[in-house]
Write a protein that binds this ligand. Structure first.
Ligand code: SAM
Ligand code: SF4
Length: 329
């Protein structure tokens, strides 16, 4: 799959549910309305859809959500997708999770062929954690991280930088991650979906975080790439890697290799644009993949050159109306 700008699409992110056991303030309103279950693709349909993308050249799959590990029987999907690792059709199967269910599932993920996972964790302070996630329990997430380490999974911590919330804690989080051999990636808040509250209050430019960190640590630019939008530095004092994802202040689109599918089978060619293609109808219309393949090919010809995120300071309206939990982070 080559898009009109010559970029090969080799990375698919799949949201398997829009539901979550947390209500992070930058991601969801507390009182969210979720999709009716009948709208969701079944696990078998998700497997078939992923298979079609793998046949078309996708080499890396990331399972996300909502919280992917709260979907019932989700390990059966991981197991089924893991078979593509065994045949060599897929290079990597991975997951982004809030960590709440990892204690239960870490060994099964490893058995399915998962080697690296992203765990979202914005603070190490129990009370702040509660304030950010509204419903989360830091102790459970920490137990999940330990279980993942014991299962031999490599962990990357993703933290959203939040003004006045975790900005003073970032050096401590850096040491926490690097002491355990984990990368840390900082993310700027993105204007996706209505939340309760004001996003411009939360927005903390990573250029500022980086400048403050540089007063205490030696940050060396490195060429490490994961095929994603993060730019990495090596922290000389810890020897670990630190990534910055800056969708609002930098343009990372020129090397974009990814597309996203929602849990209802809608394909988004760009996280920051509304254009999409429905794959559920062609998927359900026949048992063969001909219609589906045609719909995918047509959609890839519409992959846009780049996104256009802006937090509208006048209306506070999000640039993109769907929530991150719908498209997957
Ligand atoms: N529930 C899982 C988790 O939290 O890791 C997977 C889905 S979550 C939507 C994926 C990532 O998106 C998380 O790291 C989360 O912090 C991030 N995220 C959610 N809403 C965001 C926003 N408005 N701006 C930036 N990052 C956001
Ligand atoms: Fe749930 Fe992840 Fe969104 Fe937090 S960021 S509410 S854990 S989907």
């Amino acid at each position: 799959m080559i898009d009109p700008f010559g970029r090969a699409v080799t990375y698919l992110r799949v949201s398997v549910t829009d539901r979550c056991d947390f209500r992070c303030v930058y991601c969801m309103a507390e009182d969210m309305t979720f999709l009716p279950k009948r709208d969701l693709l079944t696990l078998e349909e998700l497997e078939r859809l992923c298979g079609a993308f793998i046949d078309k050249g996708v080499r890396k799959l990331r399972i996300t959500g909502g919280e992917p590990l709260v979907r019932r029987n989700i390990m059966s999907l991981f197991k089924a997708l893991g078979r593509h690792l065994e045949t060599g059709a897929l290079d990597e199967l991975t997951v982004t999770t809030n960590g709440s269910q990892l204690e239960r599932f870490a060994p099964a993920l490893r058995d399915a062929g998962v080697r690296r996972i992203n765990v979202s964790l914005d603070t190490l302070d129990r009370q702040k954690f509660k304030a950010i996630t509204r419903w989360g329990d830091l102790g459970k997430v920490m137990a999940g991280i330990r279980a993942a380490e014991q299962a031999g999974l490599q962990i990357k911590i993703n933290a959203v930088a939040l003004k006045g919330v975790n900005d003073t804690e970032i050096p401590e989080m850096l040491r926490f991650a690097h002491d355990r051999g984990m990368d840390l990636t900082l993310i700027e808040t993105m204007p996706l979906g209505d939340i309760d509250g004001d996003r411009t209050d939360q927005y903390l430019p990573l250029s500022q975080v980086r400048a403050e960190l540089a007063e205490h640590f030696t940050l060396e630019d490195i060429d490490y790439k994961t095929g994603g939008p993060a730019r990495y530095v090596r922290v000389a004092e810890t020897g670990g890697r630190l990534g910055f994802i800056t969708p609002l202040t930098h343009n990372f689109c020129e090397s974009c290799n990814r597309v996203r599918i929602t849990c209802t089978g809608t394909l988004y060619m760009c996280l920051g644009q509304d254009d999409a293609a429905d794959l559920r109808a062609p998927l359900r219309a026949s048992e063969g993949n001909e219609l589906l393949n045609r719909a995918i090919d047509e959609a890839i010809t519409r992959k846009p050159k780049g996104h256009d995120f802006v937090i509208d300071r006048r209306t506070q309206a999000p640039a993109v109306s769907r929530h991150m939990s719908v498209t997957g982070g």
